[in-house]
Design a protein around this ligand. Structure first.
Ligand SMILES: [Ca+2]
Length: 386
């Protein structure tokens, strides 16, 4: 991140297009009530919480709030890790101990930035000390010490290609390919301030060059290709499972798609969108440093986040399973069989299904998993079964 630089730049107009506020939820019917739906009632255990202030034609859900300068993101299956630059704690979403919010890994990595996992090894970037560490429980160990440059912020995002760690040496304008033995295998120069590395299936790596204003591909043979120019402080770049490329702009507070040398804004008016990550449904997880928030930009479908109030489920009542859809995404969504519930209604081509908790009374926590084709999503719900 280069927060100070971002603040100095006047509001970037390059990518700012007029966008409506994040697609509104369906309005409650005014006047006489609409005919009652035939579906049985269910107990709500989720909330359609939109990310206030963000503008998009897509729904943008607030997954968590109250983080301390959330920055880079790592998505591994259902679990999202977010580095909190402010307090050095790594927040975790998508686990049963974090229903409707996040919990914390035990480790403290001061000024934590990039996160990447290779096999069972969790790497993190410690920007202030310009080093890469490994995190194992509460133990933080230096893996690679870079040489800080006076007056410049240290290492930022990191990535991996197979078993090779990719470390943009941000202050020195180069990208290092580092073996798991800690030896630097390859150095690619020519960047202004590279801040992220994202692998492609071909062995190439995408890099956001923050101060260069470009998205660059380091090809498998070590040459570079510039995919996009003129971005105000791009900080992160990722792809989805289909190979579509997405990046962010800290100068314009936007998230956009990169294709054919141009940028198409998907959402704007974020509060410093420092981190991006594709989820298992092809949505984009976005952090907002200034608002302490983790959002989901819903490109396909997303289960709404859980409430934390343990709503009461009595007798044969079901628990609603609600999701948000991107405009134009009309495919059927199916609740998968799972532990601790039976499915009592499928969303199908709608946006609401239901489950009935089984085998538990009192406070019960269940993970509900859904799919649509190869796209999957899951949410942990917690209810009080009477
Ligand atoms: Ca970062």
């Amino acid at each position: 991140m280069t927060r100070r630089l971002a603040a100095l730049l006047a509001g970037g107009l390059l990518f700012v297009l007029p966008l409506p506020a994040s697609a509104a939820r369906p309005a409650a019917p005014a006047g006489p009530a609409a005919p009652a739906a035939p579906a049985a009632t269910c107990v709500a255990a989720q909330v359609d919480q939109r990310a206030a202030g963000v503008r998009s034609t897509f729904p943008v859900l607030q997954l968590a709030t109250g983080l301390n300068e959330p920055d880079d993101v790592q998505v591994t299956g259902d679990v999202i890790l977010v580095g909190q630059l402010g307090n050095g704690r790594i927040a975790r979403l998508g686990v049963p101990t974090a229903v409707g919010g996040f919990d914390l890994l035990p480790a403290v990595v001061p000024t934590v930035e990039g996160l990447v996992r290779i096999g069972t090894t969790q790497f993190a970037a410690n920007q202030g000390a310009d080093r890469i560490v490994t995190v194992n429980g509460a133990t933080v160990t230096t893996f690679l010490q870079l040489r800080p440059v006076s007056g410049r912020e240290g290492v930022d995002g990191i990535g991996a290609v197979g078993n090779t760690l990719v470390v943009p040496d941000s202050p020195r304008g180069r990208v290092l390919f580092v073996g798991l033995d800690g030896r630097i295998q390859r150095t690619v120069t020519g960047f202004a301030r590279p801040t992220n590395a994202w692998p492609l299936p071909t062995g190439a790596v995408l890099v956001a060059d923050e101060n260069g204003g470009t998205i660059v591909r380091i090809n498998a043979n070590g040459t570079t290709t510039t995919l996009l120019r003129g971005v105000r402080l791009p900080d992160d770049v990722v792809t989805d499972a289909d190979g579509a490329i997405f990046s962010d702009s800290l100068g314009s507070d936007t998230v956009f798609r990169v294709a054919g040398g141009t940028a198409t804004v998907l959402a704007s008016a974020f509060g410093q969108p420092q981190g991006l990550g594709p989820d298992t449904a092809g949505n984009l997880i976005v952090t907002e440093e200034d608002r302490g928030r983790v959002d989901a930009l819903v490109r396909f479908f997303k289960l709404q986040p859980a409430v934390t109030t343990n709503p009461v489920v009595a007798g044969t009542q079901s628990v609603c399973v609600n999701l948000d859809r991107a405009p134009g995404f009309t495919a059927a969504v199916t609740i998968d069989a799972g532990t601790g519930y039976t499915v009592t209604a499928q969303p199908g081509t709608g946006s609401s299904g239901a489950i009935h908790p089984t085998g538990c009374t009192g406070v019960c926590t269940v993970q509900v998993r859904v799919h649509s084709g190869a796209r999957t999503d899951a949410v942990w719900l917690r209810v009080r079964v009477m």
